[in-house]
Design a protein around this ligand. Structure first.
Ligand SMILES: [Fe+2]
Ligand SMILES: [Fe+2]
Length: 270
């Protein structure tokens, strides 16, 4: 199975770069499944129904989110009706939406997508390690599902790396999101799980993690409330990982980082 996982889509620039490159990547790489993190897709804050549909039309199979999931209020009533849109699984019971879903591909293969949020420097949530342990007890990689993917959304590299190793050999791919900066630790862990601590964002890197520089810098310099943060609108870089899985075991046989467009150094999979 061939999988593409794209980092946080930041504003219009991020949506544009995904819609520009994804159809070609999908056919040239023969992708079976594409997941993107959409928590910043709507002007940097949350996601809307219209943007979900735009991403699906571009070739996205599933959208994960994170701490910004509810920033656009319309998504609270929309999410239950969209099985392809996930919010973190370890939100309190009764929260709208879902954080775990099985997707059936056209040929019948099954992909389990898990979406958890970490706790260091983040909101206080249920223990993501205990939550994922309980969820994984329902499935067996290579038996009941052909692939298990996890978006671990959080700030601390330590907590995300711990999660990757916690799932090593039990998940096909574990990737981090939220920091908007790609890490260079792309690898297959000893047990066969493809891993990268953070995918980075699909957004304009001539910015402060996707937002216009002046207002973002002022927040650090002045320490008083100032101008509202708005997304940088220059050419974006698409940051992603491309993963190949062994169809018998569901474990990874290859992982490559991708960076296309914009001002980051380029890494093309083709
Ligand atoms: Fe984000
Ligand atoms: Fe986030």
């Amino acid at each position: 199975m061939k999988i593409l996982c794209c980092g946080d889509v930041a504003g219009r620039s991020g949506r544009t770069v995904v819609c520009e490159h994804l159809p070609r990547l999908r056919s040239d790489l023969g992708l079976d499944f594409v997941v993107v993190n959409g928590e910043n897709a709507a002007r940097g804050f949350g996601i809307t129904e219209k943007i979900c549909k735009q991403l699906y039309e571009a070739g996205v199979d599933a959208i994960t989110t994170g701490n910004h999931v509810w920033d656009q209020r319309e998504i609270i009533s929309y999410i239950n009706g969209d099985p392809r849109l996930l919010r973190p699984h370890n939100y309190p019971q009764g929260t709208p939406g879902r954080g775990s879903a099985v997707f059936t591909l056209g040929d019948g293969r099954k992909v389990l997508l898990l979406h958890l949020m970490t706790r260091l420097f983040m909101d206080a949530l249920d223990d993501p390690f205990a939550c994922v342990q309980a969820e994984l007890a329902k499935y067996r990689l290579g038996k009941s599902v052909d692939a298990i993917l996890m978006d671990i959304h959080g700030e601390a590299t330590s907590e995300k790396t711990a999660m990757g190793n916690f799932l090593d050999g039990r998940a096909s791919v574990v990737f981090g999101t939220h920091s908007h900066v790609p890490t260079s630790d792309t690898r297959i862990l000893p047990g066969g799980t493809a891993y990268q601590t953070d995918l980075g964002m699909c957004g304009d890197y001539d910015s402060v993690i996707g937002m216009k520089k002046e207002a973002a810098i002022a927040r650090f310099v002045k320490k008083v409330p100032g101008e509202r943060l708005t997304p940088a609108e220059g050419e974006a870089t698409l940051c992603a990982i491309y993963v190949e899985l062994d169809d018998k075991t569901g474990l990874a046989t290859g992982i490559e980082p991708i960076r296309l467009g914009g001002c980051l150094s380029q890494i093309s999979p083709l």
